[in-house]
Write a protein of this length. Structure first.
Length: 423
């Protein structure tokens, strides 16, 4: 959709205007500005307030990025904000993290912006849900725990009503307690049953906010590297097909830190607002601005996020990297890879004189490459096929593999011709 609906508050004439957030006067009333009446919202997720990057406290960076988001809301006259889980980095957040979230919510209330929040797998359901009844009076709607029904709020714009459904992070066992007669084994089963019992009107404009591992029709989402270990080891039982969400005009997802769509443009991970691990050094962060047109007409703009300090990777000999002409943006977070053949004494302290936010220093030279290959060869050589499979299974599922499962895997490995190679 290239156009937004505006209305004159004086004469009630409607206008179709290209773009959003513009200040335009009514052609009839002349001195009266038009008001946008198309529902629009920012999709946030995975704030992880209180996060550290290596040994660096990111609270100032998080405060800065939230202030930029507030400015974005003001400039673009956004109607609402959704936060798709993992508000905090841990179940018991730091005092600074709680204060920062409180300040952010207060500013949203001052702007008269509706806010919709769900809990993620990192959040405490009790802490996120505390005071939710009071928050509701200030247009802050929170669903921190699934209680047997899908939480719904309805907003209105010039096209009619929009239903917003909030689904906090759920596990299959949790949903099974509410629907014991339904066949619920996997997380996909759980979400399917929740949606089946929600009586969603397919003719209306519907938005879902969720924090789950949702996969596309042909591929899994790309991980950023800063997600939890459990997310990286997710098995088939936790995966949820995007096909479950065909009744929704937009699905605002959290859980994966790389911003991306899932099969269609209207099913999307917002991604984290900042780079939360060195593996994200090349990620580009953004915020989806979603504008709801008529049914079936949803427009998504990705608004770039500029951090207080970027995360960069520099590589080369130490003397070359520290030359005056090589020093750029010294206040950024820096990950250094030295290519010197010899270990440089006190390298971290030296680099921090030029780059005070140096996070990590490693080496890439002939010596490290030979060690890496040797270590890998030793680890594999000294383990049997059974050991390798058992270790992997335990990491994935948190329990020992059964003899029957091991037998099946061995048969498959033999057919594939890899059992002998594995030892």
């Amino acid at each position: 959709m290239d156009y937004s609906m505006y209305v004159c508050p004086k004469c009630n004439r409607k206008f179709k205007v290209k773009g959003t957030g513009k200040k335009i006067k009514c052609t009839k009333c002349k001195d009266v500005y038009l008001v946008s009446k198309t529902f629009s919202f920012l999709h946030l997720a995975d704030l992880h307030l209180g996060r550290y990057l290596c040994d660096m406290d990111l609270i100032d960076d998080q405060r800065y990025i939230l202030s930029r988001i507030i400015k974005m809301i003001e400039d673009r006259e956004v109607d609402a904000v959704v936060v798709a889980g993992d508000v905090y980095d841990r179940a018991v957040p730091s005092e600074a993290a709680v204060r920062l979230m409180d300040d952010f919510l207060n500013k949203l209330v001052e702007l008269k912006v509706k806010t919709f929040i769900i809990s993620g797998n990192h959040d405490s359901e009790e802490r996120i849900g505390y005071g939710s009844a009071l928050f509701k009076s200030n247009k802050i709607f929170i669903s921190s725990r699934y209680e047997g029904r899908l939480y719904k709020q309805t907003v209105t714009d010039c096209y009619g009503e929009v239903d917003i459904y909030l689904l906090p992070y759920v596990k299959a066992s949790q949903v099974k307690t509410f629907y014991p007669d339904d066949d619920i084994t996997t997380y996909e089963d759980a979400v399917r049953v929740i949606l089946e019992h929600a009586n969603i009107d397919k003719t209306r404009r519907n938005i879902l906010v969720a924090h789950q591992f949702v996969v596309g029709r042909t591929s899994d989402p790309s991980l950023a590297g800063s997600e939890s270990v459990a997310t990286h080891m997710v098995g088939t039982i936790e995966k949820i097909s995007c096909d479950l969400f065909d009744d929704f005009d937009y699905v605002a997802l959290g859980h994966i830190h790389s911003p991306q769509r899932v099969s269609r443009n209207e099913i999307r991970y917002a991604g984290s607002p900042l780079k939360y691990s060195i593996s994200e050094v090349n990620n580009v962060k953004s915020v989806p601005l979603v504008t709801m047109g008529e049914k079936g007409d949803t427009h998504v703009d990705l608004i770039p996020l500029e951090p207080l300090r970027d995360l960069r990777h520099i590589k080369g000999p130490m003397l070359q990297l520290l030359k005056r002409e090589s020093i750029m943006s010294p206040k950024d977070y820096i990950y250094v890879t030295l290519t010197d053949e010899e270990v440089q004494n006190d390298a971290m302290n030296i680099f921090r004189q030029f780059y005070p936010y140096t996070l990590k220093i490693d080496y890439d030279n002939s010596h490290t490459r030979s060690i890496e290959q040797s270590d890998y060869d030793i680890r594999i050589k000294n383990k049997s096929f059974d050991d390798l499979v058992s270790e992997f299974y335990g990491m994935m599922y948190g329990c020992n593999i059964s003899s029957g499962e091991m037998r099946v895997i061995k048969e498959v490995a033999k057919e594939a011709g890899v059992l002998n190679e594995a030892g």
